[in-house]
Design a protein around this ligand. Structure first.
Ligand code: SAH
Ligand code: SF4
Ligand code: F3S
Length: 432
């Protein structure tokens, strides 16, 4: 039996893919091991969204090249493989297998050949979804990819080059996959797509209808979706937050910048006014909704004035949470042809400025729930304290609560008693 190890970097989609790859290889007779030292095949599932992410994964793999003389096989999977294709061999000659996200299905067939020759699986039109079922290990939550790829070509983003064109799974396949997971104990599902609300553009299916079908699946308690693009938010999607009781009242809606000039250079295809209108409608439709976002600081030509517009917008909107990134020029992207003219120090300063004041906003946003009683989805016991559990509120906030009798994978009434910047704290006995 061959022993296989995989290390994963990047977004949730990569983690989902890695689970699927493990399930596929296990079915084909591979032993999945938890430590690279114990493996015959060491794989890394890579991310290329920023230079830093790319470097981390490549240096992880490099750190095992001395084991090649023992016959170990080193595999580069994921977005970096999709981006550089076989050119990667020039710089990293020690790699044995290169495979982009569209070709994982072929791994069982080709891995046995990798000790004799280099393998390069990079065709764009492979089969993007592995049908093998994930085997949950005592978990109650799971991700499911519903679309792969992206054709939006935001000018800074490498994803269209690493994952290719948009492909949506059929609603019947998604529902079947969810039902199978429910049989294995899963009660919460997060739907994944690079731009998930573009679901069905290629097949004629419709995202809000998919959500309705999922809401009707027996045994499922909660579900959510990531990531939405502001240019594709239909009113019917926002109504789903009101009409579908199992759907988390949470919208992750990357803004990227508060300056219309920068948004245009980013090829985001919405204006700040359009973005604000979505926020307004969402909050009117589902008053408790939590809204989170992504911001890039130091995009080429971003002036102090552009940055101040972003700061002002964030302060006006009051996001529940923010992911802030320093601009990183990526190969093949349109913005990489622009001068990366905001000095690193300035990017870092702008990044820190946002994170600092967001702490205070996030705390205030969390404190608004104090005194409320919510149905919390129980995930697991909290590590340190007995009688203390971790769960998620109906708005997808992490809740730490005390309870004499909680069971993971159920809903429990919890009274929120306090909050810090990251957690809501509560007590279940007073809610019951
Ligand atoms: N598909 C999602 C997420 C893409 S990657 C979307 O459309 O929003 C996640 C986040 O990484 C992006 O929202 C963006 O904020 C950030 N990002 C992407 N490319 C980047 C780059 N070249 N430099 C810095 N941040 C980047
Ligand atoms: Fe990248 Fe834009 Fe596609 Fe998101 S929508 S994956 S940021 S190109
Ligand atoms: Fe990274 Fe690829 Fe995800 S570039 S963010 S692993 S889609």
């Amino acid at each position: 039996m061959k022993r296989f190890y995989i290390k994963t970097y990047g977004c949730q989609m990569n983690f989902y893919d890695s689970e699927k790859i493990m399930a596929l290889l296990a079915k084909n007779g591979y032993d999945i091991v938890p430590r690279p030292e114990d493996a015959d095949i060491i794989a890394v599932n890579t991310c290329s969204v920023r230079k830093h992410a790319e470097n981390r994964a490549l240096s992880f793999l490099s750190s095992y090249k001395h084991l090649k003389k023992e016959g170990k096989i080193l595999c580069l999977l994921g977005c970096t493989a999709g981006l550089y294709k076989d050119a990667i061999y020039k710089k990293y000659g020690f790699i044995d297998v290169v495979c982009n996200p569209n070709n994982y299905n072929k791994l069982p067939e080709v891995l046995p050949l990798s000790s004799q020759k280099k393998i390069c699986l990079i065709e764009e039109d492979g089969s993007p979804f592995i049908s093998e079922q994930i085997v949950p290990h005592k978990q109650v939550s799971s991700f499911i990819t519903v679309t792969k790829g992206c054709e939006n070509f935001c000018s800074y983003c490498v994803v269209p080059f690493t994952r290719g064109k948009l492909i949506s799974k059929k609603p019947e396949d998604i529902c079947r996959e969810i039902k199978n997971l429910i049989e294995k104990g899963i009660r919460e599902i997060i739907l994944l797509g690079q731009n998930v609300n573009e679901y069905g553009k290629d097949t004629g299916d419709d995202f809000p209808s998919l959500l309705e079908k999922i809401n009707n699946i027996d045994g499922l308690l909660r579900f959510g979706f990531l990531t939405s693009h502001p240019k594709d938010i239909a009113d019917t999607l926002i109504l789903a937050f009101q009409s579908l009781p199992k759907l988390y009242k949470h919208l992750h809606l990357p803004l990227q910048s508060g300056s219309d000039r920068i948004l245009q250079l980013m090829n985001r295809r919405y204006s700040l006014a359009q973005y604000m209108k979505i926020i307004d409608t969402a909050r009117k439709t589902a008053p408790n909704i939590t809204i989170t976002s992504d911001i890039i600081t130091g995009f080429p030509s971003e002036t102090k004035d552009d940055f101040n517009k972003t700061v002002q917008t964030i302060k006006n909107i009051c996001f529940d949470d923010l992911f802030v990134f320093k601009y990183s020029a990526r190969p093949l992207t349109k913005s990489s042809a622009m001068e990366d003219d905001v000095p690193e120090e300035e990017k870092r300063e702008r990044h820190k400025t946002i994170l600092d004041f967001q702490e205070e906003i996030a705390l205030k946003r969390n404190q608004r729930f104090i005194g409320e009683v919510d149905n919390v989805f129980v995930i697991k016991p909290a590590h340190k304290k007995r009688g203390c559990f971790l769960g998620k509120s109906s708005t997808n906030k992490t809740v730490m609560f005390t309870s004499p009798h909680s069971r993971p994978g159920t809903l429990e009434k919890v009274t929120i008693t306090s909050a810090d910047r990251r957690y809501l704290f509560g007590d279940s006995s007073s809610g019951n």
